[in-house]
Design a protein around this ligand. Structure first.
Ligand code: ZN
Length: 220
């Protein structure tokens, strides 16, 4: 069973909580899916049963359809954060990388009908996630860069500078209506370049110039 890990190899001593996801937080990705640029963050959630470790194999049910990747910065929350909190960034204890996996065909259908997205976004295994780098070992929380490769081909390259809403703005906006608890994770949106996961593909994720994390897709 999945548990949060630190990049140092130790287990994170926090419970598994909810995964709060942000849609359309990079202009060029919103445009590639023909979506409007939001005036406040677009929020949806995944349950903790969506987690799987981004390590060795990423197992996915092929009967669900094509799984599409969205590589995203993932923020690990270490303290309770509600609407009375004044310095939301202090609640972040770790930064990792995650794939917000999406059944894109199903999501398009659901969107068209005005239905919620959970069937396309919240299924088991839909959130492969790397270990977290402790915030106190990062030079700056404001200037992070990440890359995602499929079979050694660079598919996505993101930077906090390209985000529409900053980490502080996202936490502020979410905690106005939904209290964040220790162990919760925020997925902060994906840059352009989303696409389909191929069976047996080697996936790599890298935060800044840290060692890469690698895993192989297994559709079953
Ligand atoms: Zn996403």
């Amino acid at each position: 069973m999945y548990t949060h890990q630190w990049a140092s190899g130790q287990k994170v001593d926090l419970p598994l909580g909810k995964i709060v996801c942000v849609g359309r937080n990079y202009v060029e990705h919103a445009q590639e899916l023909n979506n409007l640029i939001p005036s406040e963050p677009l929020i949806f959630m995944k349950p903790s049963t969506s987690y799987q470790s981004f390590k060795e194999e990423i197992k996915l049910d092929k009967s669900l359809g094509e799984h599409h990747y969205e590589a995203e910065l993932a923020l690990l929350i270490g303290e309770r954060l509600d609407k009375h909190h004044t310095s939301p960034l202090e609640a972040i204890v770790g930064v990792g990388l995650a794939l917000d996996l999406t059944l894109r065909d199903m999501q398009s259908e659901l969107k068209q009908q005005g239905y919620p997205w959970e069937r396309a976004k919240a299924y088991d295994g839909s959130c492969p996630i790397t270990p977290f780098v402790a915030v106190n070992t990062l030079a700056a929380l404001q200037n992070l860069e990440f890359r995602f490769w499929q079979n050694n081909q660079l598919m996505q390259h993101g930077n906090t500078d390209l985000m529409i809403f900053s980490f502080a703005q996202l936490l502020q906006s979410i905690s106005q209506f939904c209290t964040l608890m220790p162990g919760d994770v925020i997925l902060t949106g994906t840059p352009k370049g989303v696409g389909k996961l191929e069976d047996k593909a080697l996936l790599s994720l890298q935060l800044n110039d840290q060692p890469k994390f690698e895993a192989q897709v297994k559709l079953q």
